[in-house]
Write a protein that binds this ligand. Structure first.
Ligand code: SF4
Ligand code: MG
Length: 336
């Protein structure tokens, strides 16, 4: 069976006065129907640029699609005419952004913003669209939907605005929902509520989701598979179990060490990963994580690590997985 979304060897640069930034460097992944794929990594790792390219949101210029393909339901999305892309985007792929205030139209009533896609893409009549918009407001858990339908975004709280974004994104029953750090701008209790809502809707509608987050706790709760990105590259990918129980990349180890473990009696010291992300104007020729990696070997500085398949679908781009590399016990001695 073919995948719902298939990204292959995607490469994206940005032209700047200082030179070309290599924002996405040969990224490949897929999303199947009904699954939640999480993309994790620190800011600047290429997560947002990757998903924005799926939505055709990379301005060219300054963006340059250097290569690769993005196939959705078997059809290529890259280099498609804008008009056609808008059709796919609006009806089959929905997107939720980090900050609803910048993506909602402040001058338009919330109800009308939910209706827009329904009228354009689903060709609903005005009264049908209104009915559906009110249903959607209710579905995302906003009280008094009829009243809220007529209000403007500034009359909503932050959490409600994010719910309204979810309503807009889901109104046309998309096959794929892309959520780029959907809860980062919200306070912790509201974050949990919005995530719970997304999970619940996902279970009911079986919409596939790409969830970008830097919060591994959220990943464990919501996703089935995970991609770990670093310096514009995918450094590890696998199931949630692979990533949490058998991680095979030092950067993933670092991310896991930086989440609080509430099960452990003595509070584990959180370990931020020292150092800064690689310079994407002139990425190192070897492993991009080498300058921050405690286990870096000579080869790491010289050569880009190969992709090692750990077992079915679990892949790590790190020389430590080479049969010639030091074994796990030796790493433990080094403080792993
Ligand atoms: Fe560290 Fe080398 Fe693995 Fe890169 S390839 S993460 S530098 S051990
Ligand atoms: Mg981002």
């Amino acid at each position: 069976m073919s995948h719902l979304l298939e990204v292959n060897h995607l490469k994206i640069n940005f032209k700047t006065y200082g030179g070309e930034v290599k924002a996405v460097r040969d990224v490949s992944f897929h999303v199947d129907k009904g699954e939640v794929l999480a993309i994790v990594g620190e800011s600047g790792s290429g997560k947002s640029v990757t998903v924005q390219s799926i939505m055709g949101l990379i301005p060219t210029p300054p963006g340059i699609i250097k290569g690769g393909s993005i196939r959705f339901q078997g059809k290529e999305l890259l280099r498609r005419p804008k008009k056609e892309l808008r059709k796919v985007k609006g009806s089959k792929i929905g997107m939720i952004f980090q900050d609803p205030m910048t993506s909602l139209n402040p001058t338009m009533r919330v109800g009308k913003q939910i209706e827009e896609g329904l009228i354009i893409h689903q060709r609903l009549s005005k009264s049908e669209a209104k009915k559906r918009a009110i249903e959607m407001i209710k579905l995302v858990g906003i009280p008094n939907p009829e009243e809220r339908y007529n209000q403007y975004p500034h009359e909503f709280s932050g959490g409600m605005r994010q719910r309204a974004m979810i309503a807009i994104a889901l109104a046309c029953n998309p096959e794929l929902l892309i959520a780029d750090e959907p809860t980062t701008a919200l306070d912790v209790t509201i974050q949990a509520q919005v995530l719970e809502l997304m999970k619940q809707i996902q279970e009911e509608t079986k919409t596939s989701i790409i969830l970008i987050t830097h919060d591994l706790g959220v990943v464990a709760e919501t996703a089935q598979r995970v991609i770990v990105m670093y310096g514009g590259m995918m450094v590890e990918s696998g199931t949630v179990f692979d990533i949490f129980e058998n991680p095979k990349h030092p950067y993933t180890w670092g991310l896991l060490n930086s989440i609080p473990n509430i099960d452990e009696e003595e509070k584990k010291q959180l370990e931020p990963i020292d150092g800064s992300p690689p310079d994407l104007f002139a990425p190192p020729k070897g492993c991009p994580f080498a300058p921050r990696c405690k286990y870096a070997m000579e080869v790491c500085l010289e050569e880009m690590p190969s992709e090692y398949e750990i077992d079915g679908g679990h892949v790590a781009k790190c020389w430590l997985n080479d049969p010639r590399a030091p074994k796990e016990e030796e790493l433990v001695a080094l403080g792993r």
